[in-house]
Design a binder for this molecule. Sequence first.
Ligand code: FPP
Length: 252
Amino acid sequence: VPGASDTSELLARVRARPLPRHVAIIMDGNGRWAQARGLPRVAGHREGASAVRRVTQAARRLGLQALTLYAFSMQNWSRPADEVEALMLLLVEFLEKEQQELLGNAIRLNAIGDLARLPPRVGERLEAVRRATAGGQAMTLTLALSYGGREELVHAAQVAAASGGSIDEAAMEAGLWTRGLPDLDLLVRTSGERRISNFLLWQAAYAELYFTDTHWPAFDERELLLAVADFQARERRFGLTAEQVAARGGRE
Ligand code: FPP
């Protein structure tokens, strides 16, 4: 965004236009961030956890209704055991340290994924914070943990089939782990890769995609605002023509 030299100016600009309701982020590049500094990968994850705090606060200040973060994929279970262990530890630490901050800011913590696979101490902490913050009305922070998009779709299809009715879009939606969240408007991926990597496959159907080369540990409020400003400059057509969209009254 040319001319937006300073974050508060950018914030004012972004606030003046319709915001995405639901933003999701594929937090990539912790390892590369660490490697570039001659640090172990775990140092990148630690800094990545700080970025989670920072970006959650920024999203809340901005006024997003929902922020969904890809913290651990189904496929991440295959990483070296010590790295998986370190990520689980960071997660528990995050949950313990942030509970008060979440409560104080009326942020509801939510989680999606095959949560039964999480180590018991992670699952228990997660449940405790979910329960404690359930009344949070300002924003929903969803952590995708042991998450896979195909796995979610299989789950949704199973729920739909078990309900005995016809398997249509509404029945599938009802079986998704994201049930109840606003439609996904903007999907961000950090660190240069241009893939969806099995994240929110159903939900991304009409989302705008935004890619940045910034590694996740370096992602901050300004980066979030740049992504939202980019979103605001696009015309979402949902399969209609530009003329039809204009006749319905613009971008929303
Ligand atoms: C991708 O970096 C990131 C992850 C696999 C995990 C994301 C985890 C965090 C941000 C920290 C803990 C989370 C919370 C919610 C406290 P990568 O390791 O794939 O990076 P690389 O592609 O550069 O190796």
